[in-house]
Ligand binder design. Sequence first.
Ligand code: NAP
Length: 285
Amino acid sequence: MSSTPTDARLMDGSGLARRLVEETAARAADLTRRTGTPPCLATVLVGEDPASVTYVRMKRARCEKAGIRSRHVELPATTTTAEVVATLEGLSNDPEVHGILLQHPVGPGIDERAAFEAIAPEKDVDGVTFSSFATMSFGLPGFVSCTPGGIMRLLDAYGVDPAGKRAVVVGRSAILGKPAGMMLLARNATVTYCHSHTADLSAAVREADILVAAVGRPRFIKGEDIKPGAVVVDAGYNPGNVGDVDFDTAVTRAGLITPVPGGVGPMTIAVLLAQTVDAAERQLA
Ligand code: NAP
């Protein structure tokens, strides 16, 4: 466990996620009462990767607690891209399913992008399709990638307005870094992306009023590079419950900081549930 913060205020993702899930459960109950149909999330798991099995089990359990039905489809690791696509198209056309989650990575041999694109945009509650990326980037209504969506809700909850701020995103994956930067840009931040080819990463990080760490390397960002008073959002989750930011040194420089665990992590599933109920509300209207 990290030391008690001296300077920075902690951004409590666990508390915010709990409130979002409570609000989502109330909306799910109301929708079920009004329409006779509970919201339904289809989860698709290809293969038996232990981490993926655990994640899907966790997501389904959270759904159940929030009054969201889940329909689970398990496919063997030998499944072809065409078979995964056919499964997702079937769920996209099934009126009893309101949201679809394809657990990823889907494993070798499957064209993940082709699979994602088989998800109907109106059911893409995990925000993985090209269509969702576009609406998210333009700040238009649609579904957002869940972890970046959780990050933006955290910023809003703590009164951080990205407009006019320098935001630095370290990492550019399709599900995390890239959409996080696009959402900050849509909210009028001046955004810099850093990645494995960035020259002088420290210099870029030192410019950040808002720093999003999404690297996947334990304690990679050091406190000495944090601008005093900056907002530090650590999306990293590495073995041993360690983030991508060196919390103990960063906490003495930042103005606001997310802990790991208990910061960004809990927001991801909460956003998935909220978007599933959004999807059901639109489809059952
Ligand atoms: P990823 O796909 O492996 O992407 C990592 C990114 O970091 C890449 O863009 C990579 O650059 C960049 N990078 C790697 N080494 C670097 C270096 N030395 N200097 C600068 N950039 C470097 O990872 P991800 O899926 O985005 O996940 C990132 C972290 O977030 C992980 O710790 C993961 O566990 C966590 N995560 C948490 C949640 C949650 O719910 N809280 C959800 C998803 C992920 P290149 O593009 O150049 O390779």
